[in-house]
Design a protein around this ligand. Structure first.
Ligand SMILES: *[C@@H]1O[C@H](CO)[C@@H](O)[C@H](O)[C@H]1NC(C)=O
Ligand SMILES: *[C@@H]1O[C@H](CO)[C@@H](O)[C@H](O)[C@H]1NC(C)=O
Ligand SMILES: *[C@@H]1O[C@H](CO)[C@@H](O)[C@H](O)[C@H]1NC(C)=O
Ligand SMILES: *[C@@H]1O[C@H](CO)[C@@H](O)[C@H](O)[C@H]1NC(C)=O
Ligand SMILES: *[C@@H]1O[C@H](CO)[C@@H](O)[C@H](O)[C@H]1NC(C)=O
Ligand SMILES: *[C@@H]1O[C@H](CO)[C@@H](O)[C@H](O)[C@H]1NC(C)=O
Ligand SMILES: *[C@@H]1O[C@H](CO)[C@@H](O)[C@H](O)[C@H]1NC(C)=O
Ligand SMILES: *[C@@H]1O[C@H](CO)[C@@H](O)[C@H](O)[C@H]1NC(C)=O
Length: 298
């Protein structure tokens, strides 16, 4: 039981933001966790990230700005931190109480909230998203964009119970959370501009492995060491893109140094087709095309 929840916890915490910063839009993420029950983890904690760079965390009543070499104590106003922490903590308590009414009563419960704000242009126009989860499942989502709220409530609780919370939340969102999130995002973007805007080109290897147990011989294209995370990696057979269902892999994985890697593989039998791997990335002026058997120099 305990193991399952810890796995979920670690998984969610380590999961890189999936739709962060398309093109120019940067985003600030706050993932908070509340645990009811006896564990080695703090009862209430959160982590803040700028795109995919961790910039701070909150644990046992204190916020730790995670500066690199610079002092970032001034990035977030301590009153904001207190206000946000208090609000989140109390909303966790309310949610936990609501869910307990459902008669579900585990000895260990994990609740999480993800808050993301994304800057769409320089006029402070932004999108803000909140996602709540209980015991590893999403319960509700709120999106605020262009002065409009959209809700998705997955949790099966009555609207009468939910509505007052939403109305209160809406007001706080517009007047406090959204402006604070955007201004914090701006500050961090300025402070961390070198890190956020850095570009690292992928190193690419396109190789054919020895025959596998199944008799085929897989070819595999690996791109690694790139930043930012967005990359297009496509396998071609005789100049035509190979269809997705023939391909395995394609997951974006983090390297230890803040860069990413992606691998796509394909089982081929002895055939006369020509295979190539094509990569486009922000760091590359042109599409890189590697023929099977040819290693990239860089
Ligand atoms: C970013 O991309 C994801 C998927 O590619 C999409 O779901 C999301 O709406 C995009 N966000 C913006 C602001 O365009
Ligand atoms: C820390 O900051 C320095 C200069 O601001 C930069 O060169 C270096 O790459 C940064 N290190 C990390 C791990 O972000
Ligand atoms: C629910 O939790 C309370 C307090 O922890 C406990 O006293 C009660 O026995 C539990 N009920 C069920 C049905 O497990
Ligand atoms: C920003 O606001 C100014 C004045 O309100 C407007 O002229 C401009 O078009 C806006 N820019 C964007 C990108 O929305
Ligand atoms: C924002 O809302 C206004 C009016 O509510 C609408 O006219 C406009 O098209 C919306 N803009 C976007 C980008 O959805
Ligand atoms: C939601 O709750 C209502 C009554 O509270 C119940 O009748 C309904 O079956 C529930 N739906 C789901 C999907 O659990
Ligand atoms: C990947 O391909 C899509 C669609 O062609 C394009 O919009 C996007 O900019 C490409 N991304 C990169 C990093 O090249
Ligand atoms: C490998 O690259 C070299 C130089 O770019 C080229 O002459 C050669 O034909 C390529 N070989 C294969 C198998 O693609």
């Amino acid at each position: 039981m305990l193991g399952i929840w810890i796995d979920i916890l670690v998984l969610l915490v380590l999961l890189p933001p999936s739709s962060a910063s398309n093109g120019s839009g940067h985003s600030l993420w706050l993932l908070s966790t509340y645990i009811q029950g006896e564990t080695q983890f703090p009862e209430f904690s959160y982590t803040t990230t700028l795109d995919d760079i961790t910039v701070g965390y909150y644990k046992s009543g204190t916020y730790f700005p995670r500066g690199n070499t610079t002092n970032e104590d001034d990035v977030v106003n301590s009153d904001y931190i207190r206000g946000i922490s208090d609000y989140m903590y109390h909303s966790f308590l309310r949610r936990a109480a609501l869910l307990r009414q459902d008669g579900q009563n585990d000895s260990l419960d994990v609740y999480q909230t993800l808050v993301v704000c994304e800057m769409l242009d320089l006029n402070n126009s932004g999108k803000m998203l909140t996602k709540d989860a209980a015991r590893g499942c999403t319960t509700d989502e709120i999106c605020y964009f262009n002065n409009t709220f959209t809700y998705k409530v997955i949790l099966n609780i009555s609207q009468d119970v939910l509505k007052p919370h939403l109305e209160e939340f809406k007001l706080k969102y517009m007047k406090f959370y959204q402006p604070v999130c955007i201004s914090t995002l701006k500050y961090y973007l300025k402070k961390r501009q070198n890190e956020v805007n850095r570009k690292a080109a992928p190193k690419i290897r396109f190789v054919q492995k020895a025959n596998s147990d199944s008799g085929g011989s897989p070819v595999s294209c690996l791109a690694t060491g790139f930043y930012p995370r967005h990359i297009n990696l496509t396998l071609f057979r005789d100049g035509q893109p190979v269809s997705d269902h023939e391909i395995t892999g394609g997951d974006l994985l983090p390297n230890g140094d803040g860069t990413y890697q992606m691998r796509k593989s394909l089982e081929i039998s002895a055939d006369k087709h020509k295979y190539s791997c094509s990569v486009t990335h922000l760091s590359l002026d042109n599409k890189l095309i590697i023929e099977l058997g040819n290693e990239s120099s860089e």
